[in-house]
Design a protein around this ligand. Sequence first.
Ligand SMILES: NC(=O)c1ccc[n+]([C@@H]2O[C@H](COP(=O)([O-])OP(=O)(O)OC[C@H]3O[C@@H](n4cnc5c(N)ncnc54)[C@H](O)[C@@H]3O)[C@@H](O)[C@H]2O)c1
Length: 387
Amino acid sequence: MSENENILDKFKFNQETTEVDTTKKVKVGIIGTGWIAEAHAGVLKRCPDVEIVALADIVPGKAEAFAARKKLPEGIRFYSSDRELVDNEPDLDAVCVCTYNRQHAPCTIYALDHGLNVLLEKPMCVTLEEAVEICRAEKRSGKILSIGFQPRCDENMKMVKKIVQSGELGQVYYIQTGGGRRKGIPTPFGTSFIEDETAGIGALADIGCYSLDMVLNAIGYPKPVTVSGYTSNFFGTKPETYPNHPEYAEKFGVDDFGAGFIRLENGVILDFRIAWDMHLDTPGDTIIMGTKGSMRIPSTECWNGSIGGPLKIYHDVAGEPVVTEIPMKHNEVDNFENKMRSFIDAVKYGGEAPVPSSEILYNQAIIDGIVRSAKEGKEVTIEIPEI
Ligand SMILES: NC(=O)c1ccc[n+]([C@@H]2O[C@H](COP(=O)([O-])OP(=O)(O)OC[C@H]3O[C@@H](n4cnc5c(N)ncnc54)[C@H](O)[C@@H]3O)[C@@H](O)[C@H]2O)c1
């Protein structure tokens, strides 16, 4: 199944409500009422300690139609931009930034600068420069900023990290990750993922950020140092890619394939490739190679949920090479719901951001480095300014 087909089904609420302190309600606004905002509203609506008080969308009537479709309570207020919402809602605690990528940085920075906590959808933004400005805004605001990587909540993804951190693989020295879809340029609700002025980057950021996060999080997010990158758009620019909308080909302004060879500060090599469309089932499983053992993580079209099958560890036992299969774990609570709940709890109780921007800054730096290197046609150095 592609991300387009199953994404909203995956976000169905499936948790029995446990004890939640409802004496303080967290007041939330949603900025951008498109596809993913549906999942945000769906979860927030069911949190007994959350009140969705306002919605904003720059398309006239879209927020109102969204509220009606999602059966949001009467009295909710509507705005025609993120700024209008932030300026007119002094009692808000937090916003969910659910706009397309190009609007991630301006909306997040404005909200943080006006004292709001922010749950920002992935990818963090489009450029490294924007990511740095977001981190600086977070720092001067003292508020919580979490980036919307729900796979962090997945039990199998957690197992990947647990295995690496346990030392079972020894010293990690090489990682291959990425993946993608044979046919899967995301245009289910229009062209916001494929136009430069809305998306800014294609497969690289949209699904690439997930596989980068999976492995970088597992090894503790070392700083990237250099990258040699490649991007292309052979499929997105062909009218036959969109049988019902051949005109989309002319609008396509991003990458549909990207690859990078990245050196990390701790000496680990990261070999990465990601596709929205290709003549191949998968460009390969994710592998993490270490001095005591290596791990294979079976590929999946998009690492936005769980992994593609049981993890396998290749290691020696009593001098003999053996393979240990790790049984798949079941998630008691939907990953998306967990991501929202952990953000709300951090806002409510003043905790740490569940997915810190200081880590995702490096994810964005790699993506930015690939784009820059591809343009320049040579390896580039990644320099991250002081936050
Ligand atoms: N976490 C996930 O699993 C997941 C899944 C899908 C999409 N996403 C991410 O969510 C983001 C949005 O994706 P989508 O599919 O919902 O896009 P979309 O185009 O359907 O919706 C974005 C909405 O934001 C509105 N908007 C843009 N700028 C605005 C502004 N300044 N103020 C108010 N509204 C504004 C647009 O009019 C549009 O309605 C993307 O960055 C995408 O990568 C995450």
